[in-house]
Design a protein around this ligand. Sequence first.
Ligand code: HSE
Length: 416
Amino acid sequence: MKKIAVLGCGTVGSGVVEVFYKNRASIERKAGSKLDIKYLYVHRPHPELPWQDKLCFDFDTIANDPEINIVVEVMGGVHPAFEMVSTCLQNGKSVATANKELIAQKGAELLATAREHHVNILFEASVGGGIPIIRPLHQCLGANEIDDIQGILNGTTNFILTRMIRQGMSFSDALGQAQQLGYAESDPTADVEGIDACRKICILASLAFGKHIYPDWVHCQGISQLTAEDVAYAQDWGGVIKLIARAHRLQDNGGIAITVEPMFVSHESQLSTVDDVFNGILVTGDATGEVLFYGKGAGKLPTASAVISDVIDCAKSTDTIDTLYWEQSDPVKDSGLLCDWSQLPAQYYLRLALQAPSQSALVDELFCSPVLLARKRQPATELAFVAPSMAPATLDALCDRLQQEGISVLGRIRLL
Ligand code: HSE
């Protein structure tokens, strides 16, 4: 019999307990051993929980109990999760966690600690909720060099964008609806500003490229500045706006570029059809070509499903699974591992407000007479178009020039 402790009993933690007892027989068969949950670690009494006999308020009891083989960490946040998970690994207990913030900040350290103590730290649930993506990257796609990962990794922002696209809602109305339906937190900053997607792409990129990549290094922009007009122009262009987290190798010099930002995504891309709270991750391997992962990226039961798949692997493994690994890097000195995104040429959609129609001559001069989007609907003083490919730093300089002439940049969105 292998015994499990669950740290945290919120939505995901209670989902883990529910799914475990619902499917216990088949989970044990796959794990190859009898399993049971011995402790649920919580900070305060929870009279509403049905598992009162398992509640434990003292972490040291769990850390020092030799019967506990596997610990599930679903508390969230870096501290004290990092200290607790480290202690469990040092005490010879494997850990399954859904904590993306923890892995994005401390993944390399925890993987090294697990290796040193011949146990595992597994985190399938940290990216894409119920979608298998961590295990495919280091096992099923293990033969490949990964060239590109493009992901819709945040369900809340994808729900908001879908409402803006389908119903023409404003960002704030769509956010309000997401909050009412319980998708968005009361403080939605981490979701809407791209911070959550950034943590997730850093985990995938660290795994794909073998070195720890810190969220601080990544150019990260959220969706809070998008307007219904931008969404309509994307439609005229032939696509939709999605919050895309992308990590790819540059073809010319093999450098790594990572960005999180709203992008114009053509209807030809499979990602353009990933709607509502669903996530989609398009991985390009040098042998496989494109592989698409799609499913529920959040929620109690999908996330619990991924956590329990890790519990099964923890129970089965007799040593560290060594394909799941990346090297440590220095958060400050190694930031040059990533290319400077501001120098990477790309095409951008721009929406400008002119003071007078005659100023379009300057726009034509600076942007080589671009083809306008939705020519008929525009007021004479508004121009929207896709600029020729150029580095964002060059585009900044052109936008400065426009501002000097009294032309405002109302929207600026990269094309995928
Ligand atoms: N807030 C996250 C999302 C939850 O909306 O995708 C899952 O990580």
